[in-house]
Design a protein around this ligand. Structure first.
Ligand SMILES: Nc1nc2c(ncn2[C@@H]2O[C@H](COP(=O)(O)OP(=O)(O)OP(=O)(O)O)[C@@H](O)[C@H]2O)c(=O)[nH]1
Ligand SMILES: [Mg+2]
Length: 443
């Protein structure tokens, strides 16, 4: 995410950080490079100009703090200004006092509205809300089927009715939400290649009927300034309440993320970071600024771990380890928990690039290997999973065949499992035992 911008800014700041004394010449040279880095990242040129002027002014005018070197102080100014550019903290969703809360998702064609409707519904469900989804895209054949399929996959209801009238569909969906007691209605709308009056009029009319609590513009971050322009146009025409920036996982430049708030006055509320339904995150400007500048993001990591790792099951796991009855089945569950946190490489990247864990972010993780491990354990009988010691040569061969893996892979897995058991016993036996229980982190 934003890798190329990140690398460039880090290079400029690294040179500065080393300086014991900073002159105006140093700062001007750095500002020139920052300006180029931001322009190359496709940040709106006006935004770049203002940003550089502010950073320069603050860097020069600042009293030197005893705890920071002048170079570090410039890094702090850049970090603070970058945070400001990305948005303001605490811009979450507004929920209606009289349910259902209505959330309208709008945007250009292919920006990710339908997928994001599903992701957001899943996110809200995890917050203990009861979402209902509906598509009013009557123009693209199969558009409504697409949402219905997503609904089945994530097990969240989708309101369906045989009608070609968007206004009637959303009206009926609202009635259904009220009657059945869904507290949030998510409305997926049709996209257009370009903004056209017909679409805007339709969205305005839907707005008049539904009185949405949130109108979220879904924009593709990889389209850079086009995404910013769409946010501006939709905001002027129908009034939006926030932005969801999708496909951030593929955006190395960051021009949209860094320009949207300044250009439109609207905050980014969520970012899409992958194709999986779990790949939607509330947007935190300070953490993103930290991530761009390579300061790590342990906070995000902890939040993610807390959300996915079920505390109770972690406690049970600990008991099992202590009683020495941690089976291959448990091993598989642990792997599944880790995988639910999202692609491992993404998680590892959130570790700070300095300190005891430095280097971990660059670790290569083979997702395919995890899939193979799961397949191997799935090919074992229940008894084998309980008592790994009975897995002899012929059983290993059968398991390898059943999982489409080699016998070497099966052997390797059994070795890994054995090591994990030993490591866990050592950890829980020592002082870490108590802390592990509290932190409930998968081994
Ligand atoms: N990598 C990645 N892909 C995404 C993300 N969000 C959406 N996509 C993909 O983008 C493509 C288009 O998504 P849709 O949800 O169909 O977009 P839409 O805005 O509903 O499209 P229309 O209804 O045709 O206007 C799909 O292939 C999605 O999987 C994301 O955050 N990351
Ligand atoms: Mg769609």
């Amino acid at each position: 995410m934003l890798d190329s911008l990140s690398a460039k800014l880090q290079r400029v700041l690294k040179d500065l950080k080393g300086e014991a004394r900073l002159t105006e010449t140093h700062i001007d040279a750095a500002m020139r490079e920052i300006r180029i880095a931001l322009l190359e990242a496709d940040v709106n040129f006006k935004v770049v100009k203002e940003f550089v002027a502010r950073v320069r002014g603050q860097a020069l005018g600042q009293e030197v703090m005893a705890s920071l070197t002048p170079g570090q102080q410039v890094v702090k100014v850049v970090r603070d200004q970058l945070t400001d550019l990305l948005g303001t903290e605490g811009r979450t969703l507004t929920f209606s006092k009289t349910p259902p809360t209505v959330i309208l998702l709008v945007g250009l064609q292919g920006s990710g509205k339908t997928t994001t409707t599903g992701k957001l519904a899943l996110f809200l469900q995890k917050m203990s809300r009861r979402p209902l989804m509906v598509s009013v895209d009557v123009y693209r054949p199969a558009a409504r089927d697409q949402l219905a399929i997503i609904g089945r996959e994530i097990k969240i209801p989708v309101y369906e009715i045989d009608s070609a009238d968007p206004l009637m569909i959303c009206q009926q969906a609202l009635t259904q939400a009220r009657n059945v007691g869904y507290d949030t209605l998510l409305v997926d709308t049709a996209g257009r290649l370009h903004i056209d009056q017909g679409l805007m009029d339709e969205l305005k009319e839907i707005g008049r009927r539904l009185h949405p609590d949130e109108v979220l513009l879904v924009a593709d971050s990889m389209t850079g300034q086009d995404a910013v322009q769409s946010a501006r146009d939709f905001n002027e025409q129908i009034g939006i309440t926030g932005v969801i920036l999708t496909k951030m996982d593929g955006d190395t430049r960051g021009g949209a993320a860094l320009s949207i708030k300044s250009v439109t006055g609207q905050a980014i509320k969520f970012i899409g970071i992958g194709e999986k339904y779990e790949s939607l995150e509330p947007f935190h400007p300070d953490r993103m600024a930290g991530r761009i500048l390579g300061m790590g993001d342990v906070l995000s990591l902890i939040e993610k771990a807390e959300e996915t790792v079920d505390q109770e099951s972690a406690r049970r796991m600990l008991e099992k380890v202590q009683k020495d009855s941690f089976t291959l089945e448990d091993f598989k569950d642990q792997l599944a928990q880790i995988r639910r946190m999202g692609p491992l490489e993404q998680i590892l990247k959130m570790f700070p690039s300095v300190g005891p864990l430095k280097g971990i972010g660059k670790m290569q993780v083979d997702e395919k290997e995890l899939t193979a491990i799961e397949a191997i354990i799935n090919s074992m009988t229940a008894r084998e999973r309980e008592h790994y010691k009975i897995i002899n040569g012929s059983r290993r061969k059968r398991i390898a065949r059943g999982s489409g893996c080699t016998v070497q892979q099966v052997n390797q897995l059994l070795r890994q499992y054995h090591q994990a058991r030993r490591m866990m016993r050592q950890m829980t036996g020592g002082m870490l035992g108590k802390r592990l229980g509290k932190l409930s982190f998968p081994f």
